[in-house]
Design a protein around this ligand. Sequence first.
Ligand code: ADP
Ligand code: MG
Length: 247
Amino acid sequence: MSDKDFVLAVEGLTVSFDGFKAVNDFSFYVEENEIRVIIGPNGAGKTTVLDLICGKTKSTEGSIKFCGKELTKMSEHGIVHAGVGRKFQNPSVYEDLTVFENLELSYPKGRNVFGALGFKRSQEVLDAIQETAEMVFLVEMLDQSAALLSHGQKQWLEIGMLLIQNPSLLMLDEPVAGMSVAERKKTAELLRKITKDRSVIVIEHDMNFVADIANRVTVMHQGKLLSEGSMNHVQNDPKVVEVYLGH
Ligand code: ADP
Ligand code: MG
């Protein structure tokens, strides 16, 4: 398989913080329409891998090819523009704005002319907001202040703010932490829906949720790849049981 068959090809990725290799010669490959889950003990390097892919942290060695483009040489902004969306662990929505306004603000600029100057919002933007709000279960909440949303709804809103930019790769760091069981079920449903058009990488600890969504699971330990395969494969891998699942 050539690099072109993968949405994302990470090879030999290494980052050293004062000599400590938080990510150490790590390689993994993500296909189109795949939901890949990364698991592993705290400190394994999972979040750092997402930081490297989105350009927040610069690698020491290795390559990150996204749809054939080398991301390690690109700016954070350039990487977003190329089609990579990344959600951090804590929801960061604009609390003093409504759900509608949060989504509107996230709609990519340059595609149309509207906004601050009082132009009529184009139908295209309204449609995108409506469609996205339906997708993330917030269509009834469009006029609500984001501050009034539950923690889970804020997580969904932030996913919506990324989806409205239509990324080809969406990366989510522990998206169901703090969610109720019912919210987790709906989030799994949401992730399955959105991978019809894109690939998703999720870092997660909740193994029921992982089993629910993952096509394949990548296990990290001490900055390295420990195991990879189906949920069934990694759950039965003695190395994974020893360092992670056994605890
Ligand atoms: P995980 O998300 O798997 O829990 P992280 O990627 O957050 O792990 O962290 C991996 C290791 O790298 C940890 O030991 C962490 O302290 C260290 N680390 C992460 N970012 C930095 C940084 N900017 N500077 C120094 N050390 C860091
Ligand atoms: Mg982390």
